[in-house]
Design a protein around this ligand. Structure first.
Ligand code: APR
Length: 238
């Protein structure tokens, strides 16, 4: 049935959260057992305040995440989404993730709401570096400033352009599929609602209930994302 919805839809938008990358080996943030924010206080780690006043802990945490992103990579589910874009079944992906796995698996239109771990920039002069500097234990810019990942920290301005295009895509969507987000962080969590209010069919695939399940046309809590995507990809195959 979902493959039918995909084929009937003229403008399908996928919205992903950290649950999209747990099957690659990356922890998410709020899962009961292994979520990152179950072990660390995000305000002391993932905030502009942490960068300014706790820089060694900040860099240790993000160097670890950069190394993990380089060690792991996209899983089959990422590749299925990229294939659906190639086949014209998916228009774009809106992601809260910073691992770059959608682009690495071939997806072309990806709106990164929270930036990316694939790049670093100098906190003082803004000069950009590849995240490989963290692998080489380089944490300072030529100007002497601190290098930090080009992700959006709590307390920082959100990337207006990424959000604008994400809102526009949500308004145009006639099928909107959420994959692996607790939908607890605003304003990103408003985007599925905008899609629904603009007339889209809304599917939420998430191992735990979300606050927006009540607005969904279909919720899937008992299937991991990788299994779900593979099952839809196999629909209609003999
Ligand atoms: N299949 C389906 N659902 C999964 C899977 C999986 N394989 N793995 C995890 N999940 C679900 C979890 O149950 C959880 O509800 O994915 C959800 C991930 O939610 P969060 O950990 O809150 O991640 P996310 O919604 O992306 O967080 C949003 O919070 O800290 C900020 O900037 C950070 O972008 C992040 C934002």
């Amino acid at each position: 049935m979902i493959k039918d919805w995909l084929q009937e839809s003229n403008y399908t938008v996928i919205f992903t959260g950290a649950g999209m990358s747990t099957e690659s080996g990356l922890p998410d943030f709020r899962s009961a057992n292994k979520g990152l924010w179950k072990q660390h206080d995000p305000s002391k780690i993932a905030s502009i305040d942490a960068l300014n006043n706790n820089v060694d802990t900040f860099i240790d945490f993000y160097r670890e995440r950069v190394l993990k992103v380089k060690e792991y990579g996209p899983h089959q589910g990422h590749y299925i989404l990229a294939e659906w874009e190639q086949q014209g079944l998916v228009h774009s992906i809106i992601t809260q993730n910073v691992d770059g796995f959608h682009q690495a698996s071939g997806s072309k239109i990806v709106h990164e709401l929270h930036g990316t771990l694939q790049k670093l920039h100098c906190q003082s002069c803004g000069k950009e570096y590849s995240s490989g500097e963290y692998v080489d234990n380089e944490y300072h810019c030529d100007c002497g400033g601190v290098l930090r990942p080009s992700i959006i920290l709590f307390g920082e301005m959100l990337p207006q352009e990424a959000f604008q295009t994400a809102f526009q895509d949500a308004e145009k969507a006639d099928l909107f599929i959420v994959l692996g987000s607790s939908l607890t962080v605003s304003p990103a969590n408003q985007i599925p609602l905008i899609a629904k209010e603009s007339g889209a069919r809304l599917i939420i695939v998430n191992q735990e209930p979300t606050p927006y399940d009540q607005y969904a046309d279909m919720t899937i809590h008992d299937q991991k994302i990788g299994v779900f995507l593979q099952a839809v990809a196999n629909e209609g195959k003999g």
